[in-house]
Design a protein around this ligand. Structure first.
Ligand code: UDP
Ligand code: MG
Length: 333
């Protein structure tokens, strides 16, 4: 469904004050506990709210768990995607269906403590559109992950494009207008951290301590993180293409100088010992540079190819709104 139609639908419906969007992939073990903690926090705020659980093609009982939650709690909306689309897309699906005036994005694994939400709300109440939760510590994570994360943030910042806030995930609160702006970006390759930053609007950080996962295991491994980093870089900057160009140029200039020197030497002193090793070295080096450059171009071309297909971002198997979003009653708040 195009974002514009969703927006129109939304402005027509009253909707709750807060929508909490939670992408879930194999979270059956922890979802009950997550919902319990989230409910306590949201009830404490004392304004109307809903939670949109997105089942991203889980292989376990996540969907059944969501259905059970929705049966007994009018605050629960659920969205079941037709298969696993990945976190960024699952999140987008949830955001498309959020009806609130402010939208909270949070992970289901309790690494983002729901108890931080009231502090996000406090800042939003002061008129800030984008309140992002910033990690103070990264408990239970290896130094390799910490170092690679640091390197990545630095790289993204250096290459320009967007300035990503450090140690910040997707856990944040968005105002309705910031969300509507974000939903206008319908690209297939979604690097949400970068897109949040691209949207702009008055933003502010709230510091918190990130807990280790409550249950289940992280579905991120280094290969997926690497791909996410690639997504971030190729989605937001053309720098690698430029680097490839300059690298190619530098090698070509070197080759010309080297060749010229060879010609002059041959003219002055005649043909010396044929330099088989150096010849091989040059050929291999040039071949390598060419392949690498082609690879970089291929990364971008592949993305262009995917975007031109204009496929829908996700397919929905089942969507059930929360009772709150249909009839916002203050006694349910
Ligand atoms: N997630 C998802 N689809 C996926 C992978 C993850 O919806 O394909 C959800 C997952 O259920 C969790 C959130 O995205 O709520 C973050 O996932 P995870 O904890 O595995 O990532 P990490 O905390 O390591 O960034
Ligand atoms: Mg996690």
């Amino acid at each position: 469904m195009p974002a514009s139609r969703l927006t129109a639908m939304r402005s027509g419906s009253p909707g709750p004050v807060f929508s909490v969007v939670v992408p879930c992939y194999n979270e059956a073990l922890g979802l009950e506990e997550f919902h319990r903690r989230l409910s306590v926090v949201m009830q404490g705020i004392g304004r109307s709210w809903e939670v949109v659980y997105v089942n991203d093609g889980s292989a376990d009982e996540t969907l059944a768990c969501m259905v059970a939650l929705r049966a007994r709690d009018p605050h629960v909306a659920l969205l079941n995607l037709s298969r696993n689309f990945g976190k960024e897309i699952a999140l987008t699906a949830g955001l498309d269906h959020a009806t609130g005036q402010a939208i909270v994005v949070i992970d289901a694994d309790l690494q983002d403590p729901p108890e931080v939400i009231p502090r996000l709300v406090e800042v939003w109440d002061q008129g800030i559109d984008m309140v992002y939760a910033q990690r103070r510590e990264r408990e239970g994570e290896t130094w390799v992950k910490k170092t690679t994360a640091t390197l990545f943030y630095r790289l993204m910042q250096q290459l320009g494009g967007v300035r990503l806030p450090r140690n910040t995930g997707d856990f944040r609160l968005l105002s309705r207008r910031a969300l509507d702006a974000l939903l206008q970006l319908r690209e297939t390759h979604r690097f949400m951290k970068g897109m949040f930053a691209w949207v702009g609007f008055p933003s502010q950080a709230v510091l918190y301590d990130r807990a280790p996962r409550h249950a289940g295991s992280s579905s991120w491994n280094y290969w997926r993180l690497w791909n996410l980093a690639l997504e971030g870089i190729t989605g937001f900057t053309l720098m690698p293409l430029k680097i490839a160009t300059y690298l190619g140029l530098a090698v070509a200039v070197f080759a010309i100088v080297f060749g010229g020197q060879l010609i002059i030497r041959t003219l002055l002193f005649g043909n010396q010992v044929p330099g088989y090793p150096s010849l091989m070295a040059v050929i291999l080096f040039l071949g390598g540079v060419q392949l690498m450059t082609l690879g970089v171009i291929g990364e971008y071309l592949g993305r262009v190819f995917n975007e031109t297909k204009q496929r829908p971002l996700y397919l929905i198997e089942r969507a059930a709104p929360s009772a709150i979003s249909v009839t916002p009653r203050e006694d349910l708040a």
